[in-house]
Design a protein around this ligand. Structure first.
Ligand SMILES: [Zn+2]
Length: 248
């Protein structure tokens, strides 16, 4: 189970931190779920106690420092900075997810350089953003790192995320349950609580927000056959053969 903890859609604010996160943590407890929160680390300036609280029960990993999409100019700084900021707050971070699933060519090299052990930044297909049609639908090893690829509910383009379940509801009820799921806290805000600029994409993203989104999430979570765990826990349960492991 993964959460992208970032400012609300189309905003620099993070209303969801106080409106959604406490309820989400309670929901995870009730369903015995351990999650990885890929966190935009600039949020620590304002929300350090809230994020530390999340890290007591769940894994906190990096989702860059500013949520700007990675490019050859900013990638190294974003990757380095987000890990450093979490360390300053006493949070050990070993995983990374790139904003928008957009990465640079040397992405894994940079992650290794700064001591990450896993990545969750690759998705299969989004016009104009990324195209990895042969991406596996399950975790795999590459360049000594564990990769958690974003699986799709319908090949190749419907990522396993709450945004798509909401958008395609009620047809999404019959979607298969891929090994990983992701959501953004702002998806659970009521539409009126969001101040996202009006655009076609934003109105699609806001379909079935708030109460309906909670229902959709709950139904989806309850259908899973095995326990929802964090990326770090998955790695503990699935140690890689020595030959493939990164050694120092
Ligand atoms: Zn994001």
């Amino acid at each position: 189970m993964t959460v992208d903890l970032e400012p609300d859609l189309g905003s620099r604010e993070c209303k969801s931190m106080h409106v959604v996160i406490p309820r989400l943590l309670e929901f995870f407890d009730q369903h015995n779920i351990k999650a990885t929160f890929f966190t935009v680390t600039s949020l620590l300036e304002k929300y350090a106690p809230e994020i530390k609280e999340i890290s007591r029960k769940h894994e906190v990993a990096a989702h860059s420092h500013t949520h700007h999409w990675l490019n050859p100019v900013n990638a190294e700084w974003e990757i380095k900075k987000s890990k450093e900021v979490l360390a300053e707050y006493g949070i050990e971070c070993t995983g990374f997810r790139a904003p928008g699933f957009i990465t640079t060519k040397d992405h894994l090299e940079l992650l290794q350089k700064y001591g990450y052990t896993y990545d969750s930044s690759f998705a299969r297909f989004f016009p104009g953003r990324y195209q990895n049609l042969t991406l596996p639908g399950k975790p795999f090893q590459r360049e000594g790192m564990t990769i958690f690829p974003m699986p799709t509910m319908i090949y190749p383009a419907v990522n396993s995320g709450l945004s798509y379940l909401k958008l395609l509801h009620p047809f999404s009820k019959v979607f298969p349950k891929p090994y990983m799921f992701y959501l953004h806290p702002w998806e659970l805000l009521e539409k009126k609580e969001l101040s996202a600029p009006k655009s076609l994409v934003n109105s699609l993203l806001l379909r079935h927000s708030g109460k309906k989104a909670w229902e959709i999430l709950q139904k989806h979570v309850e259908k899973a056959e095995s326990k929802w765990i964090s990326c770090r826990e998955w790695m503990k349960l699935n140690p890689q053969p020595l030959a493939q492991r990164h050694t120092h």
